[in-house]
Design a protein around this ligand. Structure first.
Ligand SMILES: Nc1nc2c(ncn2[C@@H]2O[C@H](COP(=O)(O)OP(=O)(O)OP(=O)(O)O)[C@@H](O)[C@H]2O)c(=O)[nH]1
Ligand SMILES: [Mg+2]
Ligand SMILES: [Zn+2]
Length: 290
């Protein structure tokens, strides 16, 4: 990580860019990340939130950042740069208007990135510099199918310290095999990126977050049992290849209504936001990075 007045190296892919570049010309990550990292004088720690399109990544990440900045769970969180607040602002303002935020654009240069300085207050406070992008599920799916087509995802995972894999528990509980099969692809992709050799297990902490658990409350009782029963392929892969993995149930919705959009399609309406299980996966990952 270094910079001069003329050039700067991208924090994510290390490509050399002009000093005044806004986005990296190679991977489209914001160049302000590197300037913020240098001023912080601490190696940033990347936590990636991955999952298929429509699983709830944007809603989850927006709510998590908002809870952190409201000091939930004794955390203190300081956003670096106003750009870091955009994601939580979009999510919270939509939910307040009883709408879900729009789908994340597949173009990497339009993603929101958040750079937060986070610590758990108490004895021996340790600060983490966290970089978290809100990726689009479709772009991630394209990269998983043909690795190395999206440099930003590849580079991010190479540098990722801990990862949250979001899986649609509601769809799995209704008997769909899609969440399990796509989850298995993601775990395979992580295995290839994280494991140092085929004989070594993956040691990066991986939190499997079972989303939309409001549709299947049994998920909260025992997320492990739920995963073993309804996501058996993912469960087996985790047992075989991942040394540090844990399962969590999460939901942002207390009361859900239904309405129709302009084209007459039935859409869910978040009548009441009640975050459940949002902080736990994050706390667990941080405790494994200390
Ligand atoms: N019932 C329920 N529905 C949810 C919850 N979180 C998300 N959803 C639904 O899932 C949809 C997709 O959520 P997003 O956060 O936009 O999904 P995403 O993973 O970011 O999708 P892409 O941006 O396409 O990758 C929302 O529009 C809601 O309809 C939840 O906790 N409970
Ligand atoms: Mg999204
Ligand atoms: Zn780059």
């Amino acid at each position: 990580m270094s910079t001069t007045t003329e050039t700067a190296y991208c924090l994510i892919c290390e490509h050399e860019n002009p000093g005044d570049a806004v986005l990296c010309s190679h991977c489209y990550a914001p160049m302000t990340l590197i300037h913020d990292a240098i001023s912080q004088n601490r190696e940033p720690c990347i936590i990636s939130v991955i999952g298929e399109s429509n699983v709830g990544k944007t809603v989850y990440l927006g709510l998590l950042l908002d809870m952190l900045s409201k000091r939930a769970g004794d955390f203190e969180a300081v956003p670096k740069g106003a750009y870091s607040v955009n994601l939580q602002q979009t999510v919270i303002s939509h939910l307040q208007n009883r709408k879900f935020p729009p789908k994340t654009p597949s173009e990497t240069d339009r993603w929101h990135w958040a750079y937060y300085q986070v610590a758990r207050m108490g004895r021996g406070t340790q600060w983490f510099d966290l970089v978290m992008p809100d990726m689009a599920g479709e772009t991630l799916a394209a990269e998983v199918e043909s690795p190395q087509t999206h440099i930003v995802i590849q580079s991010l995972l190479e540098k990722t310290a801990g990862c949250m894999v979001l899986i649609d528990a509601a769809a799995a509980a209704m008997g769909s095999s899609q969440p399990d099969l796509f989850g298995l692809k993601l775990m395979t992709y992580l295995d290839q990126n994280f494991a140092s050799s085929p004989d070594e297990k993956v040691y990066n902490p991986v939190a499997v977050v079972l989303c939309k658990a409001d549709y299947c409350p049994q998920c909260f009782d025992d997320p492990r049992v739920f995963a073993e029963t309804n996501l058996n392929r993912v469960w087996n892969m985790c047992q075989s290849r991942f040394a540090g993995v844990e399962f969590f149930a999460a939901s942002v919705i207390g009361t859900l209504g239904f309405g129709s959009d302009d084209e007459g399609n039935i859409i869910p309406i978040p009548l009441h936001t009640t975050p459940r299980g949002i902080l736990e996966p994050f706390e667990w990952i941080l405790s494994h990075l200390e």
